[in-house]
Design a protein. Structure first.
Length: 335
């Protein structure tokens, strides 16, 4: 028992490591495919958000250019000392650039925002971290976390703690506050993502049930049409065959050619009846829409073709109760 538990724990650890490794690879270099929105309203909302992000990016770029032009200094350090503007203003277009990407490519936008937050403080004259950087990073983090699986979400959370503890010091109060903020955002995004996944699973299950119900309705309709066709046509063909074969016995003064003609007519009618039953057997569903799978279909004697299942047109109460088998004109009754 202990060996079994050890093996189960080792398998669980290996599975956890495999899932975590795939999540890290997805975060760092995995693909970020664009979503395929089915509804027109979602496509319009995504287009509106992307347009708003592009407009914000353009405004940020224009503002940075105009402000640098008024400063009259080409360097960021000189710009900061000369005018006293916010230090992150020259890099504002880079900070805002992930927002347009968050609509269709949120993971790519998160990578750009993360690299900006990690490397921007290394530029001379820049501050460590600004509220704008944190806000943009949280926006793209939420968008990517909702789009991708749970391991990707928590790897992004873990990686965001690195610049938080590097650049929000030197005391520990700000890093702790940023960590709590990121953790709360990750928990909220994880809960929303789990709720969305559960809704998608329920919707997929409902769609499968609806498709199965539609398929069952089609099979039941086919069975009904086959039953009615068999009842009508088989009755007339059987009547033709019986009357043609009984004509030589009812009519005494028939010539030999007439007797042979009636015999061939009766044989042709029976062949047509057999072919019709065989055709209906091909058209009938292989698995009738029955809710009792224990009722297995039998086979005709001397043949591997399944006998008509209960409820089929040639095995229905009040019908002829015949089945269709190849290489046999008529099968034995089903009971």
């Amino acid at each position: 028992m202990r060996a079994l538990r050890t093996a189960s724990a080792a398998a669980a650890v290996r599975e956890f490591g495999r899932v975590a490794g795939r999540g890290l690879i997805q975060v760092l270099a995995g693909p970020d495919p664009a979503p395929a929105w089915r509804s027109r309203s979602r496509r319009r909302a995504a287009s509106a958000l992307a347009a708003a992000g592009v407009a914000l990016l353009v405004l940020a770029a224009l503002g940075a250019v105009l402000t640098l032009h008024r400063a009259g200094t080409p360097t960021v350090q000189g710009f900061r000392q000369a005018r006293g503007y916010p230090p992150f203003l020259p890099l504002l277009p880079v900070l805002v650039a992930p927002l347009p990407l968050a609509v269709r490519y949120p993971l790519l936008g998160w990578r750009l925002a993360y690299l900006t937050a990690l490397l921007a403080p290394l530029i001379p004259g820049q501050s460590k971290w600004d509220p704008g950087q944190i806000a943009v990073l949280l926006v793209v983090f939420g968008a990517a976390g909702l789009r991708h699986p749970r391991p990707v979400l928590w790897w992004m959370w873990a990686l965001m703690l690195v610049p938080a503890w590097l650049w929000t010091g030197p005391d520990w109060t700000k890093p702790v506050g940023v960590t709590i903020l990121f953790t709360a955002a990750a928990v909220v995004v994880d809960a929303i993502g789990a709720w969305r996944r559960a809704r998608r699973a329920l919707a997929a299950e409902a769609e499968r049930a609806e498709q199965e119900q539609a398929r069952r309705a089609v099979l039941e309709e086919r069975t009904r049409i086959a039953r009615e066709l068999h009842d009508v046509v088989a009755h007339h063909l059987s009547l033709i065959a019986v009357r043609a074969e009984a004509a030589p016995y009812r009519l005494d003064r028939l010539a030999g050619d007439a007797r042979r003609e009636f015999g061939e007519l009766g044989g042709t009618a029976r062949e047509a009846l057999t072919e019709m039953r065989r055709l209906l057997g091909c058209c009938a569903p292989a698995k009738p829409p029955s809710r009792h799978p224990s009722r297995a279909s039998a086979t005709c004697p001397g043949s591997s073709t399944p006998r008509a299942a209960p409820g089929s047109p040639w095995n229905s109460p009040g019908g002829d109760r015949w089945t269709s088998c190849p290489r046999r004109s008529v099968c034995a009754p089903t009971g």
